[in-house]
Design a binder for this molecule. Structure first.
Ligand SMILES: Cc1ncc(COP(=O)(O)O)c(C=O)c1O
Length: 383
């Protein structure tokens, strides 16, 4: 079977450096919040031009830390797409807020700005919830339409949180999503474009006050310098707010430092692979990926649309080609989320896309010969 994501190929490239990085952590023994964590945070921020980065336990907590840092709570509306991974919609209800589902654009699969604005206006008009935050997702690796979404957020006084778990490293006009957002959340789950060897996540922001509150929240709400401390006591045991335990392990930070060093090269390697797929598949698929003008995708996933995706998946399996479906059921159709509000007119694009999308193997080390085998497999199914 061809690997769907070949982490072993990446490890073969980096193994001596990763082994040495792990050995250094074992030698110094600071397994929690060790020096690699701070170094990784500053390199991560520099990579995407953010002022600050705060690492945490996973990408889901990264979303939660930003929302908690803004005091989002009961009665607040958080606008997000329904065609996304669960975590985007899962986090607002943790703090008593509600997701309001917005439809996506049919070409990029990212938040539809017109439908977003209609959803915000309808929520204001109804008066049950207070619009507070928009979560824009960089689905499959490509940036959402940040300039338009930011303008809408400003018009309505909302915070903009980028869920860049799949898209960390993507750019629009050469700029990273932090250029337009109040915070960016990302995930280092192993299969993500920048992944570690376990769970990990981070939030990027240009706002030092938000960073300080999130730093407190990731360690059980410990006191920060601005909270004021009682002299003589460890801030860790003086709690200024209710928080959580969500830290990036030092070992994962050490591994990520090595992976970050080759990340730009890996994003560059993915571009010709996506282009080769596009050239080979455009005429046999209903749709091959369309990237927003000026956008660069990290190609976390290479997703096409097919008239018979189940038949195609079964056929490719017989040829040793794995596939995956992201996402078969949009969030507004999932039982725990079905009662939450939707933008006016519902989500017809999300519904239609969830029936046709299918993802093909994609990673920076996918050899042209293997790619051609995959392309041939898809073309053959079409006869
Ligand atoms: C769009 C999106 N948001 C959030 C997450 C959550 O990240 P994690 O699995 O690290 O909690 C993921 C990935 O799993 C994701 O794809």
């Amino acid at each position: 079977m061809i690997p769907f994501i070949d982490l072993a190929a990446q490890q073969a490239r980096l193994k001596p450096r990763i082994d040495a990085a792990i050995a250094r952590v074992l030698a110094h023994g600071a397994y929690v919040m060790g020096p690699e964590v701070r170094e990784f945070e500053s390199r991560l921020a520099a990579f995407c031009g953010a002022r600050l980065a705060l690492s945490c336990g996973n990408g889901t907590d990264a979303l939660a830390l930003a929302l908690m840092g803004w005091d989002i709570g009961v009665g607040d509306a958080v606008f997000c797409p329904a065609f996304t991974f669960t975590a985007t919609a899962e986090v607002p209800p943790w703090m008593g807020a509600e997701p309001v589902f917005v439809d996506i654009l049919p070409d990029t699969y990212n938040l539809d700005p017109d439908h977003l604005e209609a959803a915000i206006e309808a929520t204001w008009a109804e008066g049950r919830l207070t619009p507070k935050v928009v979560i824009a997702v960089d689905l499959f690796g490509q940036p959402a339409d940040y300039p338009r979404i930011q303008a809408i957020c400003r018009r309505h006084g909302l915070k903009l949180l980028a869920d860049s778990a799949q898209g960390f490293g993507c750019t629009l006009g050469g700029e990273h999503p932090i250029t337009w957002s109040d915070a960016v959340a990302t995930s280092f789950f192993p299969a993500k474009p920048l992944g570690c060897y376990g769970d990990g996540g981070a939030v990027l922001t240009n706002d030092p006050d938000l960073w300080e509150r999130m730093d407190s929240l990731r360690v059980h709400g410990k006191s920060t310098p601005s909270d004021g401390c009682v002299a003589g006591h460890d801030a860790k045991y003086l709690n200024a707010r209710i928080g959580m335990n969500s830290r990036l392990d030092t070992l994962q930070a050490a591994i990520l430092l090595e992976k970050l060093a080759v990340f730009e090269d890996e994003i560059a390697r993915r571009q010709p692979i996506a282009a080769r797929y596009g050239a080979g598949l455009a005429e046999v698929c209903l749709q091959t990926p369309i990237v927003i003008p000026g956008g660069r995708s990290t190609w976390a996933q290479y997703v096409v649309e097919h008239r018979d995706r189940d038949g195609l998946a079964a056929h490719l399996k017989t040829r040793g080609v794995p596939t995956a479906v992201y996402y078969p059921v949009p969030m507004h159709r999932q039982r725990p989320y079905a009662h939450f509000a939707k933008g006016p007119g519902g989500l017809p694009v999300s519904d239609a896309k969830s029936e046709k999308v299918i993802a093909l193997p994609m990673h920076p080390y996918l050899a042209p010969e293997l790619q051609d085998e995959i392309i041939d497999g898809v073309r053959e199914y079409n006869g």
